[in-house]
Design a protein around this ligand. Structure first.
Ligand SMILES: [Zn+2]
Length: 241
């Protein structure tokens, strides 16, 4: 609001921003070229379909360890004592520190990903039952929900896109030939007896996630490979067995 004085009196100028008017949205269609798949791991924060990994920062792990220590100390303080009150404050401060660090890390990671690709594909975390599966621990520890919210909002603001895909068998299916290769959680390498591809387990999942977002079905993938000989490009990334 601005007030201006003119010869014949005072004028008030109001400018309003209407939040109900939708921002310009670009229609981005996911393709093999513009889409990056991310697999949320137990080991790494995420691994991309290009084979890059984003680790959970060391400072974050340290802060969490410190929190545990502080909580233990608090539990030993006598109820109603001044020392206890002080310990409560220290714990609260540490909680805040961790929350800030996590948010900061999520923002940075989201920005970096959105510089790499127009569309980011990830597993749908809202699918019922997932909380009890392999991801439950990392969802809680790494704040996956928070991160994906930040990523999605940032993507939309930039005219980009995130796509949530069905997480079923993303780590079991072969990203190269589509055959199911069963493996336990401790098996870190995807080694396919059907097509011979040997890649990191999380990378295999990230490629599957990308392919799902693009609508690149197994049959389509097979057809494409037969026709062009493509599809082996990731095979050079071999994880240590
Ligand atoms: Zn295979």
């Amino acid at each position: 609001m601005t007030i201006s004085r003119k010869a014949d009196g005072y004028y008030i100028t109001l400018s309003l921003e209407d939040k109900s008017v939708p921002a310009l949205t670009t229609k981005v269609e996911p393709t093999l070229k513009n889409t990056l798949g991310i697999d949320m791991g137990l080991k790494e924060f995420l691994v991309t379909s290009e084979g890059e990994s984003v680790p959970i920062p060391q400072y974050y792990r340290k802060s969490q360890q410190r929190l545990k220590t502080l909580q233990k100390r608090l539990s030993r303080k006598k109820k109603g004592s001044k020392r206890r009150l002080k310990a409560v404050k220290t714990v609260a401060k540490q909680h805040k520190k961790i929350a800030d660090q996590r948010k900061d890390f999520h923002f940075k990671t989201a920005n970096e990903l959105l510089l790499k690709a127009e569309v980011i594909a990830h597993e749908n975390l809202n699918i019922k039952g997932l909380a009890k599966t392999r991801l439950s621990k990392s969802i809680n520890d790494a704040g996956w929900g928070n991160f994906l919210t930040i990523l999605t909002v940032k993507a939309e603001n930039a005219g980009q896109k995130t796509i949530a895909v069905n997480p079923k068998n993303t780590s079991q299916d072969c990203s190269n030939c589509g055959e199911k290769v069963k493996k336990e959680l401790n098996i870190r390498t995807h080694s396919c007896p059907h097509c011979g591809v040997v890649i990191d387990r999380d990378l295999n999942a990230a490629i599957n996630i990308k392919n799902r977002a693009v609508g690149h079905s197994v049959l389509k993938a097979r057809g494409a490979r037969r026709n062009t000989g493509a599809g082996k490009r990731e095979a050079h990334i071999v994880a240590p067995a």
